[in-house]
Design a protein around this ligand. Structure first.
Ligand SMILES: Cc1cc2nc3c(=O)[nH]c(=O)nc-3n(C[C@H](O)[C@H](O)[C@H](O)COP(=O)(O)OP(=O)(O)OC[C@H]3O[C@@H](n4cnc5c(N)ncnc54)[C@H](O)[C@@H]3O)c2cc1C
Length: 443
C-alpha cells in the first residue's frame, strides 16, 4: 500500500483533509480540476472557494454552528483559521473576504512540504492506495459515472428540496393539535390550524416574499411531487388549501372543528425535539422564511434548526454505504467527505474533511481509529451521516436536534444549549487527548 494519500477535490472538505493529513507527516496528492475544467458555480482557481454566500455561519456561543467551529479550531483547522484571519464584519456570523480567504488556503496548501497540488480532473477513482473523494455537489460528470459504478447506485444530480426544521421547544402547543388525517395510525402529526384570513395572508406573503435566485445552470426543473411552497402558491390562491395544506380529515380532537387549512409538522427525530414543516420546501431567503413561517399559528416564536432550501445537489446514500470511519463498507480505504456524503454547508463539509483525514492517517499507519464522541458537534454530524440506514436520507447542517437527547430536559433553550456546548467541548478534549499520542496533533 502507498504511504501517501490521494485526495480528489480541493474544495472545503478536500483542503481541510489535505492539511490535517499533511500536518501529521503523511504525504498527500491533492487533485483539483479547476481551472482547466471548471464547475458551473466556481469562479476562480482557488482552493476552498466559497461558491455562494461568504458566510461560514453563526459564530456566537452557544449556537450549534459556533460549537462546530470551536471544535474545528481545536484541531487548528486550516479553513476556520483562514476564516478567522480574513473575517469581515457580519454581526453574529463569521463572514469572510472570500478572495483573501481562499487565496490564503491555496497558498498554505501549495507551500506545504507534504502536499502536492495537482491541477487535473480525475475521471476514475484511483486504485493505488487510500483515497478521499471530496469532489462536492458539482463533481465532474466523468468522475460521477465512475463513482456510480463503484457504489452500484444512482446518486447524481437532482434538486435538493429541504423543508425547514423547527425547534420543538419553541412551538405554541396551545394553538396546535396532534392528529393524523382521518385518524389513520397514531397521532404523529402536529397540526397548525389556519382560518381563511390567515390563509390568504400567508399565500400573499409566499408570493411576495423575497426568493433566492437560481444560478444560471440551475434551471428550475421541479418534480411535481416536490414543488416549492411558493411555486404552489403562485399557481392559484386555493392551490395550497387543496395541496399540502388541505384540512380534510383533520378535525380538532376536542371541538371536532374543520379548519380552512392546516399546516402539518412531522417529527424530525425519534426524541421529538425537532419538527419538519411538511411541504414547505422553498427558495425564500432565510429572513423571509423566518418572517413568513412565523405567521403560521403556533409558530409565532418558532426557532429554526434548519431553513428550507432548493438547490442543485448530489450526494450518496452515506448511511447505506459508509462505515463510521467514512470509507466504503464494501471497499475500505475509499473515503468520502464533504457535501457529497450528505452534509449541508461549508463548515459541515470542512468537518467531514477533517474526520476523513484523521481516519485515513490511522489507516496509513496501520492503527485503530476511534470516532469522535456522539455528544460533540463532530460526532453528532458523523452519526447523522453514518447512522442506521433510513428510507429518506436528507442532507443536514449542524443543529442541536442531531445531538443525543440527554441534556435537553432543561426547558430554557439558552441554558440547554450552553450545557450541550460545554459538554461537547469537554468530550472533544478528552477524545483529542486519547487520540493525540497516536494520531499526532496539527499544532
Ligand atoms: C450553487 C451552490 C450554492 C451553494 N451555496 C452555499 C452557501 O451559500 N452556503 C453554504 O454553506 N453552502 C453552500 N453550498 C453548498 C456548498 O457547495 C458546500 O457547502 C461546500 O462547498 C461543499 O464543500 P465540498 O468540499 O464538499 O465541495 P466543493 O467545495 O464544491 O469542492 C469540491 C471540489 O472538487 C473539485 N472537483 C470536482 N470534480 C473533480 C474531479 N473530477 N477531479 C478533480 N477535482 C474535482 C471542484 O472543482 C471543487 O473545487 C452551495 C452549493 C452549490 C452547488
Amino acid at each position: 500500500m502507498n504511504d501517501y494519500l490521494t485526495i480528489l477535490g480541493a474544495g472545503l472538505a478536500g483542503s481541510e483533509a489535505a492539511w490535517q493529513v499533511a500536518e501529521r507527516g503523511v504525504s498527500v496528492r491533492l487533485y483539483e480540476m479547476r481551472p482547466a475544467t471548471p464547475t458551473p458555480a466556481h469562479k476562480t482557481d482557488n482552493c476552498a472557494e466559497l461558491v455562494c454566500s461568504n458566510s461560514l455561519g453563526n459564530n456566537q456561543t452557544p449556537s450549534a454552528p459556533h460549537l462546530l467551529k470551536e471544535e474545528l479550531r481545536k484541531f487548528n483547522s486550516l479553513v476556520i483559521s483562514s476564516g478567522d484571519s480574513h473575517s469581515v464584519p457580519a454581526g453574529a456570523a463569521l463572514a469572510v473576504d472570500r478572495n483573501l480567504f481562499s487565496q490564503n488556503i491555496t497558498q498554505k496548501l501549495s507551500e506545504h512540504p507534504n502536499i502536492t497540488l495537482i491541477r487535473e480532473e480525475v475521471t476514475e477513482i484511483p486504485t493505488d492506495g487510500p483515497v478521499i473523494i471530496a469532489t462536492g455537489p458539482l463533481t465532474s460528470p466523468k468522475l460521477s459515472e465512475s463513482i456510480s459504478k463503484l457504489i452500484g447506485q444512482e446518486y447524481l444530480y437532482f434538486y435538493d428540496a429541504l423543508s425547514p426544521i423547527v425547534d420543538a421547544s419553541t412551538i405554541d402547543y396551545e394553538k396546535t393539535f396532534f392528529a393524523s388525517r382521518y385518524d389513520k395510525g397514531s397521532d404523529d402529526y402536529l397540526n397548525c390550524p389556519i382560518d381563511a384570513t390567515q390563509y390568504y395572508n400567508l399565500v400573499r406573503e409566499l408570493n411576495q416574499g423575497e426568493k433566492v435566485p437560481f444560478k444560471s445552470f440551475e434551471k428550475p426543473i421541479y418534480f411535481e411531487g416536490c414543488l416549492p411552497v411558493e411555486e404552489l402558491a403562485s399557481r392559484g390562491e386555493k392551490t395550497l388549501a387543496f395541496g399540502p395544506l388541505k384540512p380534510v380529515g383533520l378535525l380538532h380532537p376536542e371541538t371536532k372543528k374543520q379548519f380552512h387549512a392546516v399546516v402539518q409538522l412531522r417529527h424530525e427525530n425519534k426524541e421529538g425535539t425537532a419538527f419538519n414543516l411538511v411541504g414547505f420546501q422553498t427558495k425564500l431567503t432565510y429572513p423571509e422564511q423566518k418572517r413568513i413561517f412565523r405567521m403560521i399559528p403556533g409558530l409565532e416564536n418558532a426557532e429554526f434548526f434548519r431553513f428550507g432550501a432548493i438547490h442543485r445537489n448530489t450526494f450518496i446514500n452515506a448511511p447505506d454505504l459508509l462505515s463510521p470511519e467514512l470509507d466504503l463498507k464494501t471497499n475500505s480505504g475509499i473515503y468520502f467527505a464533504g457535501q457529497i456524503i450528505g452534509v449541508e454547508g461549508y463548515v459541515e463539509s470542512v468537518a467531514m474533511g477533517l474526520l476523513a483525514g484523521l481516519s485515513a492517517v490511522k489507516r496509513i499507519r496501520g492503527e485503530k481509529y476511534f470516532t469522535p464522541p456522539a455528544d460533540t458537534a463532530l460526532g453528532s454530524l458523523l452519526s447523522h451521516v453514518t447512522g442506521p440506514p433510513r428510507s429518506s436520507y436528507q442532507p443536514m447542517n449542524i443543529n442541536y436536534g442531531l445531538f443525543p437527547v440527554g441534556q435537553k430536559k432543561i426547558r430554557n433553550k439558552l441554558e440547554r444549549n450552553k450545557m450541550i456546548a460545554s459538554k461537547a467541548l469537554e468530550s472533544l478534549s478528552q477524545w483529542i487527548d486519547s487520540i493525540n499520542g497516536e494520531i499526532g496533533s496539527a499544532a
